[in-house]
Design a protein around this ligand. Structure first.
Ligand code: PDD
Length: 281
């Protein structure tokens, strides 16, 4: 694989960063994951806008312009001949001379920027989408700024492991009795013609896929309600699904051992997946 590090395109094993890098020592970095279909980036503008917001919220400086970033994405997709897959981008506060909690001066400590591609043939035509996924609920024990897409992913990783141990695919996070989101995706249920998902706030990541799917749902005359909901309400729904750049729209067929509807992907979730894949290409 050819990867990008601080201005250079390199073979992946030649890309090296300092042990003093702030992301390594402090989790002090932000990231984005953009999907690629037919060799084209999906919703790059949305990801770039959210990246800029994450950087601003953490008082971090972008080492390149958003236009340059688009060119780097395209160059990596081309060099690695990605038809279907993902581009991972990470910007950290760089590597100061020593470990220190205080932010380094950005004039003397430039940010570290890394991008790599992940080849995923069959991402759009995923067998998981035909089967649907099963989730369990777990407590949301992340920090309070989930709207910032940081690389502090330990709790989501622990959540995936809890799901794996329970023999299911993923976990939905619950705080004060209400679902926030999935470990690495936004969470929804459908009752009748209505889609319900948590409203945007600092409690969840503002999904780029979420924004597109809710827009397409409204255009398809579905009702959208952004509000808090419980696991019990979702278990009593007709359908459920998750969204993210790596799963698009993925039907959820079981929540904490309770099957939804027939226990197979619901027609509306599948239709939304189809619309999303058609419209966003
Ligand atoms: N995760 N919520 C969380 C906590 C996420 O980590 C993600 C994305 C989403 C969905 O956002 P989007 O639709 O913009 O991808 C929601 C990425 C895919 C990841 O960590 O790999």
């Amino acid at each position: 694989r050819t990867v990008y590090l601080n201005g250079d395109y390199l073979p992946e094993h030649e890309a090296k960063v300092s042990i003093f890098d702030r992301a390594f020592l402090m989790g002090d970095g932000v990231y984005e994951v953009t999907s690629v279909l037919d060799g084209k980036l999906i919703d790059f503008k949305g990801h770039a806008t959210r990246l800029q917001r994450s950087l601003d919220e953490l008082d971090m400086r972008a080492p390149v312009t958003m236009d340059a970033l688009l060119e780097i994405h395209r160059e990596l997709v081309a060099r690695n001949e990605i038809t279907e897959g993902l581009v991972y981008l990470q910007i950290t506060r760089g590597a100061p001379d020593d470990r220190d909690f205080v932010f380094p001066d950005p004039d003397t400590t430039p940010a570290t920027i890394v991008l790599f591609t992940q080849n995923k043939p069959g991402l759009a035509n995923s067998p998981a989408a035909k089967k649907g996924i099963k989730v369990i609920s777990i407590a949301d024990e992340r920090w309070g700024r989930r709207d910032i897409k940081t690389v502090q992913l330990l709790y989501p990783s622990m959540g995936k492991m809890m799901a794996k141990k329970a023999g299911v695919d993923d976990a939905w996070l619950v705080e004060d009795g209400f679902v926030t989101e999935g470990t690495s995706n936004n969470a929804y249920f459908i009752k009748g013609n209505r889609i319900v998902t948590r409203a945007l706030s600092n409690d969840i990541l503002h999904g780029i896929t979420r924004a597109a799917v809710l827009r397409f749902a409204k255009e398809a005359q579905m009702e959208v309600e952004e509000r808090n909901f419980t696991i019990e309400e979702a278990q009593g729904a007709d359908e459920a699904f998750i969204t993210s750049a790596s799963t698009f729209v993925m039907p959820v067929v079981e929540i904490d051992g309770v099957a939804l509807g027939a226990g197979t992907p619901g027609p509306r979730a599948l239709r939304l997946r189809e619309i999303y894949l058609d419209e966003s290409r």
